[in-house]
Design a binder for this molecule. Structure first.
Ligand code: NDP
Length: 605
């Protein structure tokens, strides 16, 4: 899409000042501590509404690979391991099935935000054609189950099971895995893909516990209460209900249109508006798909999307969506600079110009869609686009034209108080039958707190100790002192936020290659050297840092709620040359067979 805003017509100084004022309204001293941890008496908010828990005896056997997390990370790694002949991969997950975020997030309207053709992994291997450009949650969850079945990962999986401890047994060259179901089994290798967004959080609003109506978090949707189902059946039990939803992030953007259609009265409590761009979803044309789905198609699409996004070069843009639009606009502004203007400062200015243009368009879209002028004004996002998760939706803004839907803007302050009967904002009470918390997930807290265990590696040293000054890895996967452990996540690797599964598929492939090499070569242990880990961290720090969630952004989980995270923040970065270059580098590293930086050992047992 070509820009429709003229940058010369934008008063950049005034706009920056507006961004600064809006940010200042939202900064709060308590940062992440403003949120409540769902433990103790609040633990029931985490109960699984979808699958009954079944009793089973504790497991005490040995497997070659244990994988913690049954989302895309575990599935793609499990798939690559079984393809290579490792037939005893055990995936452990606190959920009742595979799916990870797609298991839990069954709120109405849940849908992927990145095109299905690159977002849904292993499409070619499993022969699945996504039914829409942006598939809905039930289809993605079903695809997770399809991968589980296709690669025979169900038999050894442990569901409704949380790992509570991981302990390295050096003499036995294996990990001892303990769980909350009394299991104590061993695994030669352990991989962790616990995901960044799996611990729901609630806002610590005064009076929160006094509410006498019904309430739940969006990741534990209560269809018993609302009626309807995840595939979009109308929520027929809300017709005479007054419902409040707290939060207007990516989750609320997707479920508000469904609530607006169903509720007698819907109140959307907003602290910071999301930027909501065009979605333009469409069903997949089977004939078109048959034409593109020639051997190797998904890898070509992945490479093309990533090249368009992160540090690569592509003549064409196969995916053509909001993400590639953002990247193309930034690039074309930079490429328009004269050769003598290609300085880092001018390039950052060009990037900023493209951001101003895009955000003006997004704000103009609100005026074009929302009938009520005051509501439209309040729905406008006043920050740079990558300060918060960009959203895309074609019904969210329209929902505010529904007669029963009301935006309650808190002007950056958040909900003031919750009473036994409702919610107070700016001194006015909104009486409610139900409060839905679309308040997101823990992100800025320690990795080990979110994981629920703190692995004890060589000599009993805990991962939290090794990472006391920030994350340290090789490729985002290997940690010195933690032999036979692999981490599956984007940071310190490609850091490709616009398509997280691509990071995971590449890590899965890498881990499988290493495990196969170790098993085939009779090696008991593999570990990154101290020097290789140090060199990698140094390389990461030589890069430009990240464009996402800079400290001067409006607060949110992208920038640790606007609080200084200290030197550790510098380590939340990716490969300096960008995602496409990282994937190429990793492919070369894998295929060379040298495994530079890793030590393989045979024990003397
Ligand atoms: P977010 O953390 O993005 O949003 C939480 C919301 O709660 C924010 O709007 C926040 O406001 C608001 N909030 C917090 N405290 C208060 C308060 N006291 N009063 C009023 N409002 C409050 O959570 P989401 O679940 O929406 O999204 C989390 C992430 O999950 C996304 O960023 C995205 O990465 C992922 N996601 C992806 C989807 C996809 O790919 N399809 C769909 C949905 C989510 P404020 O902004 O001011 O902090």
């Amino acid at each position: 899409m070509a820009p429709t805003t003229n940058i010369a017509a934008i008063d950049k100084r005034a706009l920056k000042e507006k961004y600064r004022r809006e940010r200042a309204k939202r900064l709060r001293p308590d940062g992440n501590d403003q949120y409540i941890r769902l433990a103790g008496q609040l633990a029931h908010y985490l109960d699984d509404p979808y699958t009954p828990r079944t009793e089973r005896p504790p497991v005490t056997d040995h497997v070659t690979v244990a994988f913690i997390g049954g989302g895309f990370a575990g599935l793609v790694t499990g798939a690559r391991l079984t393809e290579g002949g490792i037939d005893d991969v055990r995936i452990v997950d606190k959920a009742g099935d595979f799916g990870g975020t797609w298991y839990w997030n069954r709120y109405p309207g849940a849908q992927c935000d990145t095109a299905s053709f690159v977002y849904m992994p292993l499409l070619e291997e499993t022969g699945h054609m996504p039914s829409e450009k942006y598939a809905h949650g039930p289809e993605i969850l079903e695809h997770c189950r399809r991968i589980g079945k296709h690669y025979d990962l169900y038999d050894r999986a442990l569901f409704h099971t949380e790992v509570t401890d991981l302990e390295w047994d050096d003499a036995g060259s294996r990990w001892i895995v303990s769980t909350n179901r009394g299991d104590k089994f061993t695994a030669q290798f352990v991989a962790m893909g616990t995901g960044p967004l799996h611990v729901p959080k609630l806002p610590g609003i005064p009076g929160f516990e006094s509410f006498r109506g019904h309430s739940f978090h969006t990741s534990r949707w209560d269809y018993e209460y609302t009626g309807g189902d995840p595939s979009g059946a109308p929520m027929d039990r809300l017709a005479d209900r007054r419902v409040g939803i707290i939060g207007t992030g990516a989750t609320a953007v997707q479920c508000v249109p469904h609530l607006a259609r169903a509720c007698g009265e819907l109140y959307v409590f907003q602290r910071t508006p999301s930027s909501v761009d065009v979605r333009a979803n469409a069903p997949t044309d089977a004939e078109w798909f048959a034409e593109i789905a020639t051997p190797g198609w998904q890898q070509r699409w992945l490479d093309n999307f990533t090249a368009n996004q992160g540090g690569g070069f592509a003549e064409e843009d196969l995916v053509q969506d909001g993400w590639t639009d953002i990247a193309r606009r930034i690039r074309s502004r930079i490429m328009a600079l004269a050769p003598e203007e290609m300085t880092p400062e001018r390039m950052m200015d060009a990037f900023e110009d493209s951001d101003f243009e895009k955000m003006q368009e997004i704000r103009a879209r609100v005026d074009a869609v929302v009938d009520d002028g005051d509501t439209a004004q309040r729905l406008k996002a006043w920050y740079r686009q990558l300060c918060k998760r960009p959203c895309f939706h074609d019904e969210y803004l329209h929902a505010y034209n529904e007669p029963g839907t009301r935006l309650v803007d808190t002007d950056g302050k958040g909900v003031e108080r919750i009473t036994s009967t409702g919610v107070i904002v700016a001194g006015s009470e909104y009486e409610l039958d139900c409060i839905i918390y679309a308040s997101g997930f823990e992100v800025g807290t320690d990795y080990t707190r979110r994981a629920g265990y703190d692995a004890a590696g060589r000599n009993g040293r805990r991962l939290s100790e090794h990472w006391a000054d920030g994350m340290r890895t090789l490729h985002g996967i290997h940690v010195h002192g933690f032999p036979n452990v692999f981490i599956v996540q984007p940071t310190q690797g490609a850091n490709l936020i616009s398509n997280v599964p691509h990071n995971l598929t590449e890590s899965g492939r890498t881990i499988a290659t290493i495990v196969h090499h170790a098993v085939d070569g009779g090696y008991d242990q593999v570990e990154v050297t101290n020097e290789a880990e140090d060199e990698w961290v140094e390389l990461l720090l030589s890069g430009p840092g990240t464009l996402i969630g800079s400290p001067d952004c409006t607060p949110g989980y992208y920038n640790n709620e606007g609080q200084d995270r200290g030197p550790a923040a510098r380590l939340f970065v990716g490969y300096p040359q960008g995602a496409a270059a990282f994937f190429q580098y990793l492919d070369d590293w894998r295929t060379s067979g040298d495994f530079a930086g890793l030590m393989f050992r045979r024990s003397t047992r």
